[in-house]
Write a protein that binds this ligand. Structure first.
Ligand code: ACO
Length: 335
């Protein structure tokens, strides 16, 4: 029997209509457009409507990914969602709600929580299911309504995050040329307090104290996270390239997590990447956590830059702390 591999067949994304610009934030907190652009590279981000939820954005991204893959909805046998801003914190999972919105019934569906690393973590889940022969067509989606956990009086965090969703179809193939080359995912819980939403959870169940202290909002040790992100991302990417004997010159698309332009630049420079190799969307979308990488892949696919068979290098870092990198060809059709 021939070997089965996982392949990245298609991409789709959705961004909400409302734009929150740096000029808007200047009216909300003590900050300036100049500070935000210089320190982060972000000019604007998208914010979902009040009644537009993570599952709604995810379903829209999924519809595009499904259509572009040519896979019939009836042939999808697993739906997995990465999010830290689920529609409901405990149950039902956002993946269940997405499946229902897509009309996909009677298939396994579940969420994972790995913050900004969520999408690459999902690729490892999809790869394992496909290559073990358990599933054939896995719909993976990273989606966040991050604005729902941001304190818009905290200038240290509110300038960074945005909302959106990105989805991909991961399909079984016997063609080795289409297969994921390598994937590495890891975590270190000793840094859990670098990025945390203290409530709701069993440590801080919903109470008046939670509301009074604003524990439902994301808290971040920005500067410490920044330094660790640069170090970890650089090491992780160097390792995956060395292990697979690939030179950074041979990567047409380096697609890092879009958290901060300075982090991306530092990692890109240490790998001697040229500007045209590095995908940048942070300026217009900010940090959309688990949605950031698939949104960036969608951006280059829609603009015609990502072609069939081209190699992508993904690299991400987020709360947990978690990090992950992946080397894989785009196995779908060029636009
Ligand atoms: N406007 C103006 N001044 C500000 C702002 C702002 N929006 N935010 C902070 N400052 C001030 C600080 O108060 C501080 O002032 P002080 O020197 O008087 O105390 C000064 O600017 C410097 O603050 P730092 O926090 O040291 O600034 P830094 O250069 O580190 O930039 C930032 C902050 C943008 C948050 C950066 O640290 C960062 O991007 N961190 C990493 C974020 C990240 O990658 N997260 C991981 C993924 S997220 C996830 O997993 C969900």
């Amino acid at each position: 029997m021939s070997q089965i591999y996982a392949s990245f067949k298609s991409i789709g994304a959705y961004v909400p209509e409302k734009v929150l610009s740096n000029a808007d934030l200047e009216k909300m907190v003590d900050t300036t457009d100049e500070w935000i652009v210089k320190r982060t590279g972000i000019s604007e981000r998208r914010i979902a409507a009040e009644d537009e939820y993570t599952s709604d954005m995810a379903a829209k991204a999924c519809e595009l990914a499904i259509e572009r893959s040519g896979v019939a909805k009836e042939d999808i046998d697993l739906v997995v969602c990465a999010t830290v801003t689920p529609d409901y914190f405990n149950m039902p999972s956002t993946a269940c709600l997405i499946s229902d919105k897509l009309g996909i019934r009677d298939v396994q569906a579940f969420d994972i929580s790995a913050a900004c690393s969520g999408f690459v973590y999902l690729l490892s889940v999809a790869k394992a299911f496909v290559e073990s022969g358990m599933k054939k067509n896995v719909l993976v989606v990273g989606a966040e309504k991050f604005s729902s956990i941001v304190d818009y009086t905290d200038r240290g965090t509110c300038i960074l995050f945005g909302d959106g969703a990105g989805a991909a179809m991961i399909c079984a193939t016997t063609n080795k040329e289409e297969a994921f080359v390598d994937l590495h995912a890891s975590a270190d819980g000793s840094y859990a307090d670098f990025l945390v939403t203290p409530a709701p959870g069993c440590v801080n169940p919903v109470s008046q104290r939670v509301i009074d202290e604003g524990l439902q909002y994301v808290q971040m040790k920005g500067n410490e996270t920044f330094k660790l992100a640069v170090k970890t991302l650089t090491k992780d990417v160097k390792e995956i390239l060395e292990k697979n004997e690939i030179n950074s010159d041979d990567i047409p698309h380096f697609i890092p997590h879009q958290a901060n332009y300075r982090i991306i630049k530092a990692v890109g420079d240490s790998l001697k990447m040229k500007e045209e190799q590095v995908v940048l969307t942070v300026g217009k979308y900010g940090n959309t956590s688990a949605a950031s990488i698939p949104m960036a892949i969608n951006d280059i696919w829609e603009s015609g830059r990502l072609k069939e068979g081209e190699l992508m290098l993904l690299d991400t870092f987020g709360g947990g702390l978690t990090w992950a990198s992946a080397l894989l060809p785009f196995a779908g059709k060029s636009k």
